[in-house]
Design a protein around this ligand. Structure first.
Ligand code: 5GP
Length: 115
């Protein structure tokens, strides 16, 4: 599998605005934000889509969810945020490296933002 753009970011080959990093994942500000807060939580392991994840990835998947909560707290949006995982071209997936979108901001309360 060739390196995804996110793997290149993880390796430091492409710059990104990193807001969190640990042994298993990073979180970066989306380059094209769809809301006042739009952060991507990305596993260091390059799993193309959620549907490609295996039983061996169970702990990692749980870690990504916990990290989303940690990052939301860190950014002060833990009272109201939305998580989105796109899976496949049919729902607009563009980067085939599993990632969670953390989306937050006033617009969500008005039901306008669906990510
Ligand atoms: P998807 O539609 O695949 O779920 O979302 C991919 C997201 O990655 C998009 O929101 C897009 O703006 C973001 N993205 C794509 N390339 C880059 C990049 O090089 N840097 C950052 N920070 N975000 C990116």
């Amino acid at each position: 599998m060739s390196d995804s753009i996110f793997t290149k970011i993880i390796k430091g080959e492409i710059p990104a605005d990193k807001v969190y990093e640990d042994e298993h994942c990073i979180a970066i500000n989306d380059i094209n934000p769809q809301a006042p807060v739009h952060v991507l939580v990305i596993p260091k392991k390059q799993i193309p889509t959620l549907a490609d994840a295996q039983a061996e990835d169970q702990e990692l998947l749980g870690h990504l969810l916990l990290t989303a909560g940690t990052v939301a707290r860190q950014l002060g949006v833990d009272e109201a945020f939305r998580l989105i995982v796109n899976n496949g071209e049919g729902v607009g997936m563009t980067v085939y490296h599993l990632h969670l979108h953390i989306i937050a901001g006033r617009e969500l309360a008005e039901g306008k933002m669906v990510g």
